[in-house]
Ligand binder design. Sequence first.
Ligand code: ATP
Ligand code: MG
Length: 390
Amino acid sequence: MKEIILIKDGELSLKGLNRQNFEDKMISNIRRKLKKFGDIKIRKAQSAVYIEPRSDDFDFEAALDEMSTVFGVAAFSRACVCEKNFEDIKQKAPVYLKETLMGVKTFKVEAKRADKNFPLKSPEICAELGGVLLENFSNLSVDVHNPDITVTVEIRDFGAYIRAGQIKGAGGLPAGTSGRAQVLISGGIDSPVAAYTMAKRGLILNAIHFASPPYTSKRAEQKVKTLLKKVARYSGTIKLSIVPFTEIQEEIGKCCPEDYFTIIMRRMMMRISCIVAEKDGCMALITGESLGQVASQTLPSIAATDSVCNIPTLRPLIGMDKEEIVTISKKIDAFETSILPYEDCCTVFTPKHPHTRPKPGQCEKAEEKLNIDVLIERAVNGIVCEYIDF
Ligand code: ATP
Ligand code: MG
């Protein structure tokens, strides 16, 4: 019996004239992700994408698992392909659904008749096929309100399809439909969630990490790479730039008032991030900031860091509380890594009483003795890059 993966796109159907581009992007992303599981043929029609395995060794389970990471997909399921005649549907349904239906007590049949030329109307399909399944499985009864399983028959362009239930997809927009942005990634809980959240809106990601050896260790760097790997499962390959930040932090420690350490450090991070972003074709920065979470995430602090940037900074977590952020972190399997206790450069040089209301003018004064251009040039020249893939 021929089986396919049937995919429904969600938000894409709202895209009007652009829809074709969005769908094509999603299909090429699917093709890239699934090719390791065997040869496939992909077709699309009527808000659906059909994935047909072309080799016997196609790993269906693994492919389905991977489908849940493709942005742009609203829902997906495995489905049995039938000819567009009811005899074939009636014959195949009990065989294809045997294992599933043996394990439940109640069911209902739903019919979707996208091809209006099909001779039976939807209620007739439901009633007839329901009868066939009741005859074949004595354990079953019909429950139209709250069934254990819904059997769906879809009469579509290329054929008829039978499926039992469907899986919710990753949603969002296909990776690569919104351009490229650079995420400032630490080893914490927030920034990987910010990266995932923006990738979900169709962005391709680059990442930048500031490391301060020997105050921060190789293991802290490894943690960042592990976190990016989790994100890359959804976003695709991520270029990571690791910036040597020790000298800058030490200079800030020597030349600036202590209560300004954090905000000046963040301004230096943003300045360097903007330079690297421009070089790598990124149109925006992404951070994991959430309003009021810590001293550097008050509105005056955000204004003081924004004032040194010449591209927008996206802060998808700005209105979320920790619990909401942790829920997403767990969902993308990043949480257990994020809570490993390695040091971040931000925590190494934390002042006892950081400023919560810095004014841009005051920041500039506090930075007076810092040789900003020279420090930035040296840090940028010391950047090491790596590509992180799932
Ligand atoms: P996170 O959980 O992402 O580490 P946080 O709650 O610890 O965030 P901060 O330390 O104030 O908050 O950092 C705010 C944001 O600044 C982070 O979400 C991240 O985007 C960026 N950031 C912090 N430290 C680094 C670093 N070492 N390298 C790159 N970006 C960083
Ligand atoms: Mg942090």
